[in-house]
Design a protein around this ligand. Structure first.
Ligand code: ADE
Ligand code: ZN
Length: 356
């Protein structure tokens, strides 16, 4: 990994009162976003009507009222039901464009989007409709909003490795459209090593490798994601704090964690935002990033996550805001030139706020 620039000197002149402006205006990358989790209830109902799909909820309000989760599984049950309205290429395109517009308003200049093909192919939707719809939105977002993006295909870990292999095979005609693979869905009881062979194949194919680990599952899952799957980033990973030797190892290898504060509170990983361990992870020297996970379900997009986190943790100030945004570029899969452009744009925003 190449060395990162030091914080801009202007950061020291930036008083805490400028934090709201800094959070809003700083350019950032979003690296942990399930595109199906950006489906707002209004769009779910509009697509259900367009596609003649019936929903087990009478109204947008009734659906929203069901978003009271007790753990990951209670969320996933509703999330998969919501995704059932997605049938055609245009649906995937409309969903992703709605996300890109919202992300652009939050200062996102680069996004790496997870998608769950098995959720759709199991209902008879073609792999082409999924990937081509998302790819069309990516091109439109680059053109109209100036947001760059990439796709990461996620395997559902509650299904078999055989199913993951079949999904990889079905996606290979669109190999150029996705940069990497990930692992999501129900974590407990489905350790990363269940997918060792399919991830080995993905590495041979030159795909980037990430996995959800240590969201609800134990630190041991983070270790096997690192050592068995050989991931380049850990999604969530917050439970590493239970294993200090693992924290040391993550710092030594500079493995980024894509943390999702509002998600963790909504899914009861922490009771309150004040209990979130992100400040502890950051001061341990980990490459932590802030992300929205499933923003339509968890009460906010990426800027809402930054705001909620900083409001609950008075020890976090402009220095930490800059660090988190800089980490998002460092941890992203963009090339060095794009990363340096992101970091330079970030430094320019700091300078301009410090001299206003
Ligand atoms: N799929 C969508 N969101 C997820 C999360 N937070 N954890 C695991 N799988 C997911
Ligand atoms: Zn996630």
């Amino acid at each position: 990994m190449t060395t990162m620039p030091p914080p801009p000197a202007a950061l020291q002149r930036l008083p805490r009162e400028r934090l709201p402006d800094l959070l809003a205006r700083m350019p950032k990358a979003e690296l942990h976003l399930h595109i199906e989790g950006s489906l707002e209830p209004e769009l779910i109902f509009a697509l259900a009507q367009r596609n003649g799909v019936s929903l087990p909820y009478a109204s947008v309000q009734a659906l929203r009222a069901a978003y009271a989760f007790t753990d990951l599984q209670s969320f996933l049950d509703i999330y998969y039901a919501g995704a059932s309205v997605l049938l055609h290429e245009a649906d995937f395109c409309d969903m992703a464009m709605a996300y890109f517009r919202r992300a652009a308003a939050d200062g996102v200049v680069h996004a790496e989007l997870f998608f769950d093909p098995q959720t759709h192919t199991a209902r008879g939707v073609s792999m082409g409709a999924v990937i081509e719809g998302l790819a069309r939105a990516q091109a439109q977002a680059q053109r109209e909003l100036g947001i760059s993006s990439a796709l990461i295909l996620c395997f559902l870990r509650h299904l078999s490795e055989e199913d993951a292999f079949a999904t990889l095979q079905a996606a290979l005609p669109w190999r150029a459209q996705f940069i990497g693979v990930g692992l999501d869905s129900s974590e407990r009881g489905h350790p990363p090593e269940k997918f060792s062979r399919v991830f080995a194949r993905c590495r041979e194919l030159g795909l980037r490798i990430v996995a959800h680990a240590g969201e609800e599952g134990p630190p041991a899952y983070i270790r096997t994601a690192l050592d068995d799957l050989r991931v380049q980033r850990i999604d969530h990973g917050v439970r590493c704090v239970d294993d200090p030797a693992l924290v040391t190892e993550l710092v030594r290898r500079r493995v980024p964690l894509t943390v999702c504060p509002l998600s963790n509170v909504k899914l009861c990983v922490y009771r309150r935002m004040e209990d979130h361990v992100l400040p502890q992870l950051l001061s341990a020297g980990l490459c932590v990033t802030v992300n929205s996970d499933d923003p339509a379900y968890f009460g906010g997009y990426v800027l809402d996550n930054y705001r909620a986190l900083f409001a609950a943790h008075p020890t976090l100030g402009p220095r930490e805001a800059w660090q988190l945004a800089a980490n998002s570029f460092e941890a992203s899969f963009v090339d060095a030139a794009a990363r340096d452009r992101g970091l330079a744009a970030l430094a320019a925003v700091v300078e301009s706020l410090a001299s206003d």
